[in-house]
Design a protein around this ligand. Sequence first.
Ligand code: FE2
Length: 284
Amino acid sequence: MPKPFRSHACSALPDAPGRCGNRSLPRVTLAGWFRPGEAHTLRSAPEGAVPEPPANATAGKEVKMPFPITPRLVGRRTLGMAAASLTLGRVSGPATAQQSATPPATPRQTTGPFYPVDWSGDADADLVRVAGAEAQALGAVTHLRGRVLDARGRPVEGALVEIWQCDANGLYRHPNDRPGTRDAGFQGRGRAAVGPDGGFAFRTIRPVAYPGRTPHIHVAVATPGRSQPLVTQLYVEGEPLNERDRQFNALRDPREREAVLMRLQPADRIEPGALLATRDIVLG
Ligand SMILES: [Fe+2]
């Protein structure tokens, strides 16, 4: 069964030169920041460590995603564009108002010890299907959607979004994770370039807990002109384990906590039985 999505993000990366048919895509990558063996604070910080100081939170009103979001299943090469239309394109009025608001900045969180070391092969925006795998991922299919915005609520063009998370068995696609049976049907990591209005979309699973951590999805956002990516973690709103999670509780400001919470809702209109998780990423 073919994957229902295809993102053009993978072919926009410098590590896949010459395969990008869209010359307008920026040559943005996170690879430069997470080069194997390169020492830097983000990568070396352990999962349970106190995170780096958060980006300056900006006072103001939270930007809300329009809902219901009723995307069409689109070709994976157009996923970024589809995400854009889902988040802003159909509601130009509200979007204009949102862009004029000043949203709180997404706080930085630690990269953790399991940043993917291998981005070769299938690393697109659909983490539920792995090319060549017989079965799709275990777990609850979840569509993660949002926008990359600047501190004034304006879409950031040219951003590249990466996510990584453990599989339904609580294991990362990383050689240093604990022993166990990893779900071969889960891609573990994915990349997507945002659309013209900053929109991104991933098809993944609802994050699950593993020893010591509440469910979360790691996110890194690279943007042209910024020397460092924004690295953060997204959490499930209403998840009881959040209250005991060291990383989540390192965020003292309620606005910062709000800025990393995903609201999960049934999303049968997108895909039967699936969930929709929405969260904008706001660069400080
Ligand atoms: Fe983690």
